[in-house]
Design a protein around this ligand. Structure first.
Ligand code: AMP
Length: 399
């Protein structure tokens, strides 16, 4: 599979629409806590500016659910981007309102216009054709550099590609780098190959887990999603996060792992807390003895030791999702210890997903990781062997 290359486009003096992924994590004060995704887009933007283009950028941030919500404005992103590009970035008042369309139409060469949060428009996640058409009307060329959302058939990711022929659209440098890396990883992983999967929800990662099983040798589960599995095994999980409607699915995954001979690891102890609060009373308990009304917010020390043992011989590690509520210091130890272990290993280590990338950066081991992907769900789907909807239309046709 070869992608349509950005350098293959005749961009000189034209207008380019670049779908970026500026969905960056923010701290409790509304500051950007990890700007990797913004930094990663700079190469593509600068390349287009160097071709004397004017550049229109689009991205989502959080989940405003189709409504304008100041909490999710891209203003902080515009400010950071301005620093990184060392040039003015104009933040549009909206996405496809008249004033924004006018700004886009009159955008002079070498200028950068950032549309407001694309998910302020309900049509974005519905892949609405009318919205795609309006977005496409803004520019002569379309470039997708938003690896993190390329697994979504959304208006600015998938729908819009249909309004450009192959000479007028391409993958950006970041998208291309990610796809190339994962294609190599999937075709020829050095074994044993382990997946560490955490985070809050089973639902978001369930299908990925099922499809990953035939590809990996070991799976290590952490984070809130572990409790759905533990509950299915008959443990009392107190008030821990659980998705009751997915208990059967959890069983299916464990059965499938057994059938395939995949070593499936679950936490054997957890840090349990009375409340979901940064300074809640907490204690280490075994998975069998989580008190009623307490919630497991991190993996415990025995689990860390167990996972280290299990990971000691692996040659390739894919890590997606934190082991606990790493944003709170008290519940960050499990994630931090696993991060140090993964970083110190001689295996090929791949970290995917905004939270996990943020985590390894906070722990200070990001330089030791082989590849930090800007996409969590997208990287999982690639590893499952899927063609991502946002990439499908950017593949060079065989002739
Ligand atoms: P996800 O978006 O599914 O990757 O989940 C990431 C989030 O999971 C982080 O914000 C963590 O705080 C959260 N998380 C991890 N472990 C737990 C847990 N045991 N209980 C609740 N939330 C958790």
């Amino acid at each position: 599979m070869e992608l349509l290359h950005l350098k293959g486009l005749d961009l000189q003096d034209k207008k380019v629409f670049i779908r970026c992924d500026f969905n960056v994590p923010m701290d409790e004060f509304g500051n950007i806590s990890d700007d990797r995704r913004i930094r990663s887009a700079v190469a593509t933007i600068n390349y287009c500016l160097d071709q004397d283009c004017s550049v229109i950028l689009a991205s989502h941030l959080g989940r405003p659910k189709g409504e304008v919500n100041e909490k999710f404005t891209l203003a902080p992103v515009a400010r950071r981007l301005q620093q990184l590009l060392k040039r003015h970035v104009e933040l549009a008042p909206g996405v496809v309102d008249d004033a924004t369309l006018k700004l886009a139409a009159e955008l002079p060469r070498h200028e950068v216009l950032l549309l407001e949060n694309i998910r302020f428009e309900a049509g974005e996640t519905e892949n609405d054709e009318a919205l795609s058409k309006k977005l496409a009307s803004m520019a002569d060329f379309y470039v997708n550099d938003a690896f993190g959302v390329s697994h979504r058939a959304h208006a600015s990711v998938e729908g819009i590609t249909r309004f450009y022929d192959d000479a007028h659209k391409s993958a950006g440098f970041l998208l291309e780098r990610e796809i190339t890396f994962f294609s190599k990883l999937i075709n020829n992983p050095v074994r044993p190959f382990a997946a560490i999967v955490g985070g809050s929800k089973v639902s978001g990662k369930l299908e990925a887990l099922v499809n990953l099983l035939p590809k990996v040798d070991k799976v290590f589960i952490g984070g809130g999603m572990a409790f759905t599995f533990l509950k299915q095994l008959g443990y009392d999980i107190g008030a821990s996060l659980v998705e009751d409607d997915l208990l059967d699915e959890a069983q299916r995954i464990m059965d499938e792992a057994k059938k395939l001979g995949v070593k499936f690891y679950l936490p054997v102890d957890v840090i349990a807390a009375e409340k979901f609060e940064a300074n809640a009373v907490s204690k280490i308990v075994t998975a069998q003895e989580i008190p009623d009304n307490w919630m497991g917010l991190d993996i415990g020390p025995a689990t860390v030791r167990l996972y280290r043992e299990g990971l000691a011989d692996v040659q390739t590690v894919l890590w997606n999702g934190p082991m606990g509520v790493y944003e709170m210091e008290k519940f960050a130890r499990g994630s931090s210890k696993i991060a140090h272990f993964v970083a110190d290993s001689y295996a090929t280590t791949v970290v995917g997903g905004g939270d996990t990338a943020d985590l390894v950066q906070r722990v200070g081991v990001d330089d030791e990781i082989t590849f930090i992907s800007t996409g969590g769900g997208a990287s999982l789907e690639l590893l499952e062997g899927k063609v991502l909807p946002g990439v499908a239309q950017l593949v060079k046709k065989e002739n």
